[in-house]
Design a protein around this ligand. Structure first.
Ligand code: FMN
Ligand code: SF4
Length: 639
């Protein structure tokens, strides 16, 4: 193997453990455990799929060392010996499938998402509406012992290592961070005192597992909150951890108060923790791992090749594609399905105590026990399938249908595939979408789908004599019928993405994701932007993380809510405001981004011609990419 990614496939060492490559799966809560936190078959199948994908080391989601240290019902639990047999089955099955496995040991401390009581922390510093109770010294010692017992159980169950979860604002961070540790006993005050709890935990764990059993520590090297942990202090922490016998430091960032550093979304750069990890590496001799948007194979390879880190840790990238490592090893990066970092399926709108982790671009994620993500079963009979529309839903429908052995023709009237996702990716903070479109485009080409860049009329479709037609024509921006709407300065959001409208002052009409994003984009490009929205608040259809971010970057945008568009004039627009008064808003260009309406003009003729028709994506109902892509997978799997 002599390609540029081969550096990722050299074996690496963490203490006494040899890992077959430099790729580690990051801990991710799955909500897949039994209600008491015991390992379920679904969790085993989910992790085994990643082992088959050839990741070198799998780190489980945080396993709580005390029963009340679980963030929510269904989170992994290692607080009692009764959990050991199922943990052993997990470790054994993952190892048989080729990966090493480490158990992450944690205690959620103040950051609880469900009502398991009590909520405890270093100090009673509130998190959201929760005010934790300050732990007594006796309780601290009990929890230190619980970490030791958790490590003992992990070793007993056959895990290859344990990782201490000292990142992301949970209990250990609540001690480390000057922001949340207000104690004035031996566990607070000076940096050495704030570090004491973690060192006690490390020493107790070492005492239980003995020398030679690898113990790693995950740190948020920079907390990115006011008065939070700085890199400078984290370097000293890493040095001390090395001195006390840690075998590797795993560098992350942020906390639940700085989500977009903990689980970086698409508007954050790739590999954003590498500089901090490189600084940690320069300060210590034990291996350093880095996590946080490392999912681009070349970016991952560069971090190892330059010696900045020893291991690359992948979280969401392995949700999106469990076979990332194998495809990289085979030098097929174009076959890796990229994570689009919108955090919908895995996080904001996917996971809950009642719903396991999922992924917008990988329907199989979280369903490994019943759905294949890679080698899909072939259909009993090969059919001719016409897919109309080359956006993500149409492309996914074409990909899955072709994978199952059907003969597929895809119609797209634009010269390039990708639909509105491609257009949206012209905004710099939506670049991840372009990678996803590129992946889908490559896959349909490799699978032999015939792509015809033309309008699919009834006659054209009928000429194919398809057994099934999948309509994936998407939606179009709604255009209200008001005076002046035909004026040349009025364009819809898609046209504005194709060609930026002229003029300094821009009015964006609408308040959903499309409106907010184009407003933010144009504002960043120096335009004076006003959002005119009939509703009470903007961005309500964004997930909470994106909403928080957009609110921040919309600070330079004027937002008028309760503003109903009345007419367009030569000098701007007239709105009717909340008091029913008519107001004029000066602007040079008007962008319509009110809502999307399904584009279904072909539906009737196709149905009347007696063709079997399925609709997927926005032409059924405008929704999230996740909804369209999942619908496409389901539909294509049923043909
Ligand atoms: C659904 C979800 C659950 C997570 N649960 C954990 C966890 O249990 N322990 C942990 O250390 N990090 C957890 N994280 C953070 C990830 O391990 C990782 O640090 C973060 O997602 C950034 O890496 P990525 O960009 O590769 O996804 C979680 C992230 C996600 C998306
Ligand atoms: S749901 Fe989105 S952010 Fe989460 S893993 Fe999948 S593609 Fe990535």
């Amino acid at each position: 193997m002599t390609h540029r990614l081969d550096v990722l496939f050299q074996p690496g060492r963490i203490g006494s453990l040899t890992v077959k490559n430099r790729l580690v799966m990051s801990s991710m809560y799955t909500a897949m455990c039994h209600p008491d936190g015991g390992v379920s078959t679904e969790l085993v199948d989910y992790l085994v799929e990643r082992a088959r994908g050839e990741v070198g080391l799998i780190l489980t989601e945080a396993a709580a060392v005390t029963d009340d240290g679980r963030p929510s019902v269904g989170a992994l639990n290692v607080s009692d010996d009764r959990f050991v047999p199922a943990l052993a089955r997990l470790a054994d099955t993952v190892k048989i499938n080729g990966a090493a496995i480490g158990l992450q040991l944690g205690h959620c401390g103040p950051q609880k998402s469900s009502g398991i009581l009590p909520v405890v922390a270093a100090s009673p510093v509130p998190w959201k509406s929760l005010v934790p109770r300050e732990l007594s010294v006796e309780e601290i010692r009990d929890i230190v012992r619980a970490f030791g017992q958790g490590a003992r159980r992990a070793k007993l169950a056959g895990f290859d290592l344990v990782e201490l979860h000292a990142a992301h604002g949970y209990l250990i961070t609540s001690f480390l961070s000057p922001r949340t540790n207000r104690r004035n006993d031996g566990y607070g005050g000076t940096p050495a005192n704030r570090l004491r709890f973690l060192i006690d935990v490390l020493c107790e764990v070492r005492r239980e597992v003995g020398d030679g059993f690898p113990v790693t520590v995950k740190l948020s090297a920079i907390e990115y909150v006011e008065d939070g942990l700085t890199l400078e202090e984290s370097l000293r922490i890493a040095e001390r951890l090395e001195a006390e016998g840690a075998d590797a430091i795993h560098v992350s960032a942020g906390s639940h108060d700085a989500w977009d550093f903990e689980v970086p979304p698409h508007y954050k750069p790739l590999a954003m923790n590498v500089p901090a990890a490189a600084a940690v590496k320069a300060a210590i001799r034990i291996p350093v791992m880095v996590v946080g948007s490392m999912g681009e194979p070349e970016v991952a390879a560069r971090a190892v090749a330059t010696g900045e880190v020893d291991f690359v840790v992948l979280g969401r990238a392995l949700l999106a594609d469990p076979y990332w490592p194998r495809k990289a090893r085979e030098n097929r990066p174009e076959d890796i399905r990229p994570c689009i970092r919108v955090n919908d399926g895995c996080f904001a709108r996917g996971i809950s105590a009642l719903r396991p982790v999922g992924c917008s671009v990988n329907f199989a994620a979280g369903r490994e026990s019943s759905v294949a993500s890679e080698d899909l079963p072939r259909a009993p009979e090969s059919k001719r399938v016409a897919v109309i529309g080359g956006g993500p839903s149409g492309l996914e429908a074409a990909r899955v249908t072709a994978l199952r052995g059907h003969v597929v023709t895809l119609f797209e009237r634009e010269p390039e595939l990708g639909g509105q996702a491609r257009l949206a990716s012209t905004m710099p903070f939506k670049q991840d979408l372009l990678r996803y479109v590129a992946y889908l485009t490559t896959q349909v080409q490799k699978l032999g789908v015939t792509v015809r860049h033309e309008s699919a009329t009834l006659a054209v479709v009928q000429a194919l004599a398809p057994h099934v037609v999948i309509l994936a024509t998407g939606g179009v921006p709604y255009r209200p019928t008001i005076p002046g709407i035909q004026a040349t300065q009025v364009v819809d959001v898609l046209a504005a993405l194709r060609s930026e409208p002229a003029g300094r002052r821009v009015a964006v009409v609408g308040g959903g994701q499309a409106a907010v994003e184009i407003a933010a984009h144009l504002s960043e490009r120096g335009r004076e932007v006003t959002i005119l929205h009939a509703g009470a608040s903007v961005g309500d259809d964004l997930n909470p993380h994106m909403q928080a971010h957009m609110t921040r970057i919309l600070t330079r945008v004027r937002i008028l809510t309760g503003a109903v568009l009345h007419s367009v004039t030569d000098a701007g627009v007239t709105i009717v405001d909340q008091s029913q008064a008519h107001r004029h808003v000066d602007c040079d260009a008007v962008i319509l981004a009110i809502r999307s309406v399904p584009l279904v003009e072909l539906e009737r003729p196709l149905r009347e011609a007696g063709l079997e028709l399925r609709k997927v994506g926005d032409c059924r109902l405008p929704r999230l990419i996740m909804d369209g892509v999942h619908e496409a997978y389901r539909t294509a799997s049923s043909i």
